[in-house]
Design a binder for this molecule. Sequence first.
Ligand SMILES: Nc1ncnc2c1ncn2[C@@H]1O[C@H](COP(=O)(O)OP(=O)(O)OP(=O)(O)O)[C@@H](O)[C@H]1O
Ligand SMILES: [Mg+2]
Length: 250
Amino acid sequence: MSETIMIASGKGGVGKSTAAAFLGKALGKKNKRVLLIDGDTGLGALDIIFGVADKVMNTWLDIELSNCSPEQAFIRISEKLFLLPSPKFFPENPENVDENVFNNIIRQCKNNFDYIFVDASAGIESNLKWAVKGCEKGIFVATADEISVRGAAAAGDKAQEYGMKRENMRLLINRFSKKAAVKSRILSIDGVIDKSGVMLLGILPEDKKIPFSSVTNVFPGKKSPFMKAVSRVCGRIEGENVPLKLNELK
Ligand SMILES: Nc1ncnc2c1ncn2[C@@H]1O[C@H](COP(=O)(O)OP(=O)(O)OP(=O)(O)O)[C@@H](O)[C@H]1O
Ligand SMILES: [Mg+2]
């Protein structure tokens, strides 16, 4: 049976899809079968991040509407990593789509994967509720600034209201820069943890290659602080006791 993990945030653009993509890839390389559900109803991104936008035939909406089976919608990204894309045009008042949409799909394929991630839309409304209904655990992504952290805190509170246990919530601080923190241009790690009200899962540093990687096809190297941080986060997701290694963040 798979672990089901939503990746959420209050504020948009903090790195949910980036985190989902790199964590999925890294766990896949560790021989885990991983399904990434692009749960974003507004602006799906994972097909672009993985360079497979032209391969999208069916989406989770097609599964929900019984137009296809899950297998007919999955796109194989690597040997162990699969993507379930999001619909490009999501109807404003979709008929036959209820709040159990992700739960219904996840139940159908739970036995085939070690990890299922739902990359949720930003915000704290219905999409977050759908993701919570499908997932036991939640990763809340925030950058180290007041607005983003307020968003993560609000998303955590809402997720709890929608039924997720707080002990199953973790915070992922993204785009962290030690230099900026030292100069007090961003919040400290302790500040982010305190204000979010969510236990820390890990910290991913800022990496200049990431914003351009879907165009340049150049990714952070294996030994980069970013990839090492991804690997540590994966270890923790797998239940290992991995040190934070702040000295390895730039
Ligand atoms: N660690 C990082 N270092 C540098 N750039 C990053 C990092 N993480 C994410 N980014 C960049 O930040 C931008 C937003 O990332 P992403 O699309 O993953 O956020 P999101 O939370 O999924 O956004 P949305 O709310 O729109 O779904 C992208 O340009 C991405 O390349
Ligand atoms: Mg996204």
